[in-house]
Ligand binder design. Structure first.
Ligand code: KG4
Ligand code: ZN
Length: 353
């Protein structure tokens, strides 16, 4: 049996989680997150040095809380996100983890944040790790990433498609700002789009048409920057951006991004004979995206199993980092760092070349 304490500080959530791993069974002993959303809201996005300062303040508070929650269980391994993310924010967690490692004389294990988002989808509502059939395809959609990652086996990654400019979450946030909505924009756009769906007639006809970027590009890459610009130009031509027009634009934007994500993902799944599809990242909390994926996969690829993360695991958390360390431990692919001070923050860390 091993007990893992995991720390996550890559962006604007400070999180610590404690997980017990016994054979292939896991038990969540503690899981805490402090979100900084309210602090960053006035800036309309995450302010890296402010995030760093908040992490520094929050980490000791959270540590005390999780250790108390697990009855001060003996920790065997400390897992820490070392990238990708905002470097000042990552560093704060790394320094804290390394200090704990030295104090407790325990190994510190670096974990890739995106691997965390992938394995988060495997945790069932009953807190069991589900085994996906390979090949696995992961669609990672967050504020910093839009990637289609192919896994032919555990921890073997190939990025088969990614965004060439803005990440999808970034596009949600920027379009929200254009429409005068607050940060983070994803949930706000989603609410407005849903309002339009329930209030409009059955056909949901809108005169506000947006492009579906790279839909027919014959590869699995994405581009969302043009879509954001299209919204900007569209709104500049509208003298009075009424609530009704905002709902229609939010709806059309959500429809456009969902269609592109779906078409690309299904095409990649077919090409690589994928047996399991995992959705992960903040944008995977989007109810419309989830609904469309469930419906279309059921029809077009009924033999492919779809894994959706629990709502609390869509956005950043430390449980996914602990899960990743736990799975690596079970499969003998864990990287222990015994020398204190050897880990580095890697803002642009990738899952594969
Ligand atoms: O994974 P995450 O918490 O942080 C990163 O690692 O980036 O993702 C945050 C992003 C933000 O852009 C936010 O607007 C978006 O996820 N998001 C959503 C929804 N909830 C959060 N986007 C669309 N629909 C949602 N319901
Ligand atoms: Zn994330």
């Amino acid at each position: 049996m091993s007990t893992i304490l995991a720390i996550e500080t890559s962006c604007d959530e400070t999180a610590i989680s404690i997980l017990e791993v016994r054979a292939s069974r896991i038990k969540i002993l503690a899981n805490e997150v402090i979100s900084q959303i309210e602090i960053h809201k006035p800036y309309g996005g995450v302010f890296p040095n402010l995030a760093k300062r908040e992490h520094k303040k929050n980490l000791p508070v959270l540590l005390e809380k999780v250790l108390k929650a697990c009855g001060h269980a003996d920790i065997d391994i400390i897992a820490i996100t070392h990238g990708p993310g905002l470097e000042p924010a990552l560093w704060e967690g790394i320094v804290f983890a390394q200090k704990l490692g030295a104090e407790w004389k325990k190994p510190v294990v670096p974990i890739n944040h995106m691997e965390g988002h992938i394995v988060a989808g495997l945790l069932s509502s009953k807190s069991k790790i589900q085994n996906p059939k390979f090949p696995v395809l992961a669609l990672l959609i967050s504020g910093g990433h839009t990637e289609l990652v192919l896994m032919r086996g555990w921890f073997q990654y190939e990025i088969v498609g990614e965004t060439r400019d803005d990440a999808i979450g970034e596009a949600f946030d920027k379009v929200a700002r254009i429409l005068g909505l607050q940060y983070p924009g994803g949930p706000e756009i989603s609410k407005l789009a849903e309002k339009f769906r329930v209030t409009s007639d059955k056909l949901q006809v809108t005169s506000y048409k947006l492009p579906r970027p790279m839909l027919h590009s014959h590869n699995f890459d994405f581009s969302f920057s043009g879509l954001k610009t299209a919204v900007l130009y569209m709104t500049q031509k509208i003298p009075n951006l009424s609530p009704k027009i905002k709902r229609e634009i939010a709806y059309e934007f959500e429809e456009a991004v969902t269609e592109v994500l779906l078409v690309k993902t299904l095409a990649a799944a077919k090409k690589y004979g994928v047996k399991s599809l995992i959705l992960g990242g903040g944008v995977s909390a989007n109810t419309h995206i989830q609904k469309v994926f469930k419906g279309k996969i059921g029809k077009e690829l009924p033999d492919m199993k779809l894994f959706l993360p629990q709502k609390r695991l869509t956005t950043d958390n430390a449980l996914m980092i602990a899960l990743s360390a736990g799975l690596r431990l079970l499969r003998g692919t864990i990287r222990m760092t015994k020398t204190p001070g050897t880990l580095k923050a890697q803002g642009n860390l990738r899952l594969a070349g």
